[in-house]
Write a protein that binds this ligand. Structure first.
Ligand code: F3S
Length: 68
């Protein structure tokens, strides 16, 4: 499972790194540090990946294209 964090949609709600700190971290301004990156979700952590997708109110966190 791979996720992307849309750099433009992320507006710093912070739910991702609060609820799923295993996959997401914050930068100095409160945005998701993984903005604009592909996150390779470790095997066994798919539920956390899905929680990341579900928790972002901006819909910034999505499955990467090759996983859709
Ligand atoms: Fe950004 Fe959504 Fe997380 S707006 S900080 S990716 S909850």
């Amino acid at each position: 499972m791979k996720l992307t964090v849309d750099a433009h949609l992320c507006s710093g709600h912070g739910r991702c790194y609060t609820l799923v700190p295993e996959l997401f971290t914050t930068d100095d301004e409160g945005f998701c540090e993984q903005r604009g990156q592909v996150i390779d979700v470790p095997t066994g952590q798919e539920e956390k990946g899905q929680l990341g997708i579900d928790c972002c109110p901006e819909g910034a966190i999505r499955l990467a294209d090759d996983d859709a």
